[in-house]
Design a protein around this ligand. Structure first.
Ligand code: NOJ
Ligand code: CA
Length: 526
C-alpha cells in the first residue's frame, strides 16, 4: 500500500500525523536471543496503533559491521538475520499496514561500513574501479589531508597503510564516507531507495543528510573557539571548528532532488539535518527536496520557557507555510525525562504533541521512560549513548517483557522498570501513557491541534502559553515549567486535555491554575 490506511492516497498523511521511533534492537525480542527483532516488534505494533501514532521509524535494520548500532551498513538491500532477515521485515511491514501504520526505514547514505564490499574493493588499490566511490587523499606532510574532525573521536581521516593514502570517516573510523560527488555512487544509492519503495515502505529517515556535500578541494575548516553544548561533549575538536567545508555544501540540494526523483512524491523523506542554524535547515525543505527535517535546536533546548519560546517562534517564522518536525528524545541523546527530570515528562508530552508540525516520539517516551544506567562492563557504545537505548519496558516480569525471562538482554533493562512499564500504566487512567493517548486522540479529533495555526501568547514567568486555531476551533495550551503553582490568565474555556486527568472537563473563567509542572490544553480559551 502507498501509505497508512487512515489517509486518502496522495494526501500528505504525515502533516497531521505523529511518528514513533523504534530502536529495533531494544523494542521486542521475538526469539529469545536477547536482541530485539522484527517479528517481535510486529507482535508489539498494536501498542503503537493504540497509542495513536501514524507511522513507525525503524532505526537501521540492514546487516552492519556492528560498530555504530547499525549505522555502519554492509548491505543496503538486505535485512540483518538477527532482526529476522527479509521475511522478518515483510512480517513487520504487513502487520504495520494492517494496523494503518506507515513504515519508515532509516537510510544511511553518508557512509558505509568498512566491511561493505564497495569499500573493500575501493581500498584494495589506488587503481580500483571503486576508488573514487569513497574519499581517499594524500596526507599533508606526515599528517592527515586537512583539519576536519570526526564526530566521535580525533581527526576525520584514517591512514590506509596498504595504499599510503588516507580515507575520510566523519564518524567512527569503520564508517568510511561515500563520495557523493561521484554520479555512480548517487545512482547506486538511488537504486537502494527504489528497491525499498518497491518493497512497500512509506518513507525514509535520512541519516546525517547535511554531510553529503563537502568541499571538493578538501580545504580546512576554520578554527573557532566554541564551548561544546552541555551534556553533549564528544570529540572536542568537532566543536572547535566551524563546519564550513565538511558539510552542507550547495550540491546537497541537487542530491536531495535526485533522491526525491528516485522515490516519487508520495514517499516521506525525513532528514536528519543536524545543523543548528534553522535558516540553513529550512532550505532542505525546498520544493522537490525533503518533506520534514528534525529540529535539533529545539531538541537541545534546556527545559526553560525562555529558550523554548525563542526556538519555537524562530521555527514558526522561518518555516512559514512549510512544516516543522519536533522531537525531544532519540537513540543519540539522553531521554528528555532524564535531561529535564522525571517530573517534567507530562508537560513535555503536552508541548511535543501540541506544536504545529509532526511530532516524533521515541519508544518508551509514552511511559516516561528514563535512561538506564549501564555499568561499564556492559557498555557497548564508545561515545556513551547506551543509556537511552536500554530495552523497552513492557511489564514487570524479569526482562520487562522485552525478552523471555531466561534470556540475557543485549543491554540491561533499566532499573525502575517494575514501576514504569506499559502494563502498569494501561490500567491507570492518570498514567503518562494515558496522557499520550488522550493527546494523540485530541489531535485526531481537532485538526486545530495538529494542522491549525500557531500563535505565541504572553504568559507569566516560568510558563509558556500559545494558541492553536483552525476552522471554527481555538485552543490555548499553557505549561508550567516550575516547581510551584502558577496562574495563567486566559478567556473562558474548557480543559480538553491536562497533565492530570482530574483537571479535564473543568470550566475555566479567566484563569487557569497550573500545578507544579502541570500543563493544560483548553478549548475556547482566548
Ligand atoms: C546519526 C545517527 O542517529 C547516529 O546514531 C549515528 O551514530 C550517526 N548518525 C552516524 O551514522
Ligand atoms: Ca531476537
Amino acid at each position: 500500500m502507498a501509505g497508512p490506511a487512515l489517509t486518502p492516497p496522495g494526501a500528505a498523511w504525515w502533516r497531521g500525523g505523529a511518528i514513533y521511533q523504534v530502536y529495533p534492537r531494544s523494542f521486542a525480542d521475538g526469539n529469545g536471543d536477547g536482541i530485539g527483532d522484527l517479528p517481535g516488534a510486529a507482535d508489539r505494533l498494536e501498542h503503537v496503533a493504540r497509542l495513536g501514532a501514524d507511522a513507525v521509524w525503524l532505526a537501521p535494520i540492514n546487516p552492519s559491521g556492528g560498530v555504530d548500532g547499525g549505522y555502519d551498513v554492509t548491505d543496503y538491500l538486505d535485512v540483518d538475520p538477527v532482526y529476522g532477515g527479509l521475511p522478518g521485515f515483510e512480517r513487520f511491514r504487513d502487520r504495520a499496514h494492517e494496523l494503518g501504520l506507515g513504515v519508515i526505514l532509516d537510510w544511511v547514505p553518508n557512509h558505509t561500513s568498512d566491511r561493505h564490499p564497495w569499500f573493500v574493493e575501493a581500498r584494495a588499490s589506488r587503481d580500483s574501479a571503486r576508488r573514487d566511490w569513497y574519499v581517499f587523499a594524500d596526507g599533508r606532510g606526515d599528517g592527515p589531508p586537512n583539519n576536519w574532525s570526526s564526530r566521535f573521536a580525533g581527526p576525520a581521516w584514517v591512514p590506509d597503510e596498504a595504499t599510503g593514502q588516507w580515507y575520510l570517516a566523519s564518524f567512527y573510523p569503520q564508517q568510511p564516507d561515500l563520495n557523493w560527488s561521484n554520479p555512480e555512487v548517487r545512482a547506486a544509492m538511488a537504486d537502494t531507495l527504489r528497491v525499498w519503495v518497491d518493497r512497500g515502505v512509506d518513507g525514509f529517515r535520512i541519516d546525517v543528510v547535511h554531510r553529503l556535500a563537502k568541499d571538493p578541494l578538501l580545504r580546512d575548516n576554520r578554527e573557532a573557539a566554541a564551548d561544546p553544548p552541555a551534556g553533549y561533549g564528544r570529540n572536542p575538536g568537532w566543536y572547535t571548528t566551524l563546519h564550513l567545508r565538511d558539510e552542507n555544501g550547495p550540491e546537497v540540494h541537487g542530491y536531495l532532488r535526485e533522491m526525491r526523483a528516485a522515490v516519487g512524491p508520495g514517499t516521506l523523506l525525513l532528514g536528519e539535518v543536524w545543523i543548528l542554524d534553522l535558516r540553513e535547515v529550512v532550505r532542505y525543505l525546498s520544493p522537490g527536496e525533503l518533506d520534514l527535517a528534525f529540529n535539533f535546536p529545539f531538541a537541545l533546548s534546556p527545559w526553560n520557557p525562555g529558550p523554548m519560546a525563542e526556538v519555537i517562534e524562530l521555527t514558526e517564522e522561518l518555516f512559514g507555510a512549510g512544516w516543522p518536525a519536533w522531537h525531544l528524545s532519540n537513540h543519540d541523546m539522553a531521554r528528555a525525562g532524564t535531561r529535564f527530570g522525571p517530573r517534567t515528562v507530562r508537560a513535555a508530552a503536552v508541548l511535543l504533541l501540541t506544536l504545529r508540525g509532526t511530532p516524533v516520539l521515541y519508544m518508551g517516551e509514552e511511559i516516561g521512560m528514563l535512561d538506564g544506567v549501564v555499568p561499564p562492563e556492559r557498555a557497548l557504545d564508545p561515545v556513551g549513548r547506551d543509556g537511552s537505548r536500554t530495552p523497552m519496558q513492557w511489564d514487570a516480569s524479569p526482562n520487562a517483557g522485552f525478552a523471555p525471562p531466561g534470556a540475557e538482554p543485549w543491554l540491561p533493562v533499566a532499573a525502575g522498570y517494575r514501576d514504569r512499564n506499559v502494563a502498569e500504566q494501561e490500567g491507570d487512567p492518570d498514567s503518562v501513557l494515558a496522557l499520550y493517548r488522550r493527546l494523540l486522540d485530541a489531535r485526531r479529533r481537532h485538526p486545530a491541534l495538529s494542522t491549525g495555526t500557531f500563535r505565541m501568547l504572553e504568559a507569566p514567568a516560568g510558563t509558556l502559553a500559545y494558541e492553536r486555531a483552525g476552522p471554527g476551533e481555538r485552543f490555548v495550551v499553557a505549561l508550567n515549567f516550575t516547581e510551584d503553582r502558577r496562574e495563567v490568565p486566559l478567556a473562558a474555556g474548557t480543559v480538553e486535555v491536562a497533565s492530570s486527568v482530574s483537571l479535564e472537563g473543568r470550566e475555566l473563567e479567566g484563569v487557569v491554575a497550573l500545578p507544579p509542572h502541570g500543563a493544560v490544553v483548553v478549548r475556547g480559551g482566548h
